[in-house]
Design a protein around this ligand. Structure first.
Ligand SMILES: Nc1ncnc2c1ncn2[C@@H]1O[C@H](COP(=O)(O)OS(=O)(=O)O)[C@@H](OP(=O)(O)O)[C@H]1O
Ligand SMILES: Nc1ncnc2c1ncn2[C@@H]1O[C@H](COP(=O)(O)OP(=O)(O)O)[C@@H](O)[C@H]1O
Length: 160
């Protein structure tokens, strides 16, 4: 899928309330915490724990979970490398919007390719993108196999 811009004659419209004012209102700085790791590594679990803790502390956070987004925004995408790249590109753009809105955005996606994650990081100031690699061994993830995906993959029933 091409990510080249196809629109011409478009202009940026600056709005009167900016990021700094929103940060002041919310008493926090918007940022993106990007959790990457294998299926079953514990990304969603970690995102939910951190999200709950932030909420309890009075911080506004929102989770962008790869699994959930594939029910809507990304329902047209599969798991070929180019589909994963587009999936991650879209989520990176949404995460950037959330961060600019002043939220602590926790994105949890497999996001296996460094270049795709780097492209998301490049959308934000350096200190506003925090990447967390949930380094769980494949054997542990496969043993958990909470969704039965590893079994299906071993049987050749799913690809990618
Ligand atoms: N190859 C393949 N076939 C079928 N299903 C798969 C496949 N790969 C991933 N999944 C499931 O999709 C969930 C979301 O994946 P992601 O969007 O995070 O993947 S990616 O970032 O685009 O690589 C992912 O969620 P998690 O298990 O929470 O990681 C899986 O449930
Ligand atoms: N720290 C942990 N220790 C043991 N099991 C865990 C841990 N974190 C998650 N799990 C379990 O592993 C499975 C996969 O977790 P999940 O958060 O859905 O992973 P992912 O989002 O990376 O696919 C779930 O059954 C979950 O309860």
């Amino acid at each position: 899928m091409s990510t080249l811009a196809k629109s011409a004659n478009i202009f940026w419209h600056e709005c009167p309330v900016g990021k700094l004012e929103r940060q002041k209102l919310l008493k926090q700085k918007g940022c993106v915490v990007w959790i990457t790791g294998l299926s079953g590594a514990g990304k969603s679990t970690l995102a939910c724990s951190v999200g709950r803790e932030l909420h309890n502390r009075g911080n506004l956070a929102y989770i962008l979970d790869g699994d959930n987004l594939r029910h809507g925004l990304n329902k047209d995408l599969g798991f070929k490398p180019e589909d994963r790249a587009e999936n991650i590109r879209r989520v990176g753009e949404v995460a950037k919007l959330f961060a600019e809105a002043g939220l602590i955005c926790i994105a949890c996606l497999i996001s296996p390719y460094r270049r795709d994650r780097d492209a998301c990081r490049a959308l934000l100031p350096d200190e506003s993108f925090i990447e967390v690699f949930l380094n769980m061994p494949l054997e542990v993830c496969e043993q958990r196999d909470a969704k039965g995906l590893y079994k299906l993959a071993r049987e050749g029933k799913i690809k990618g």
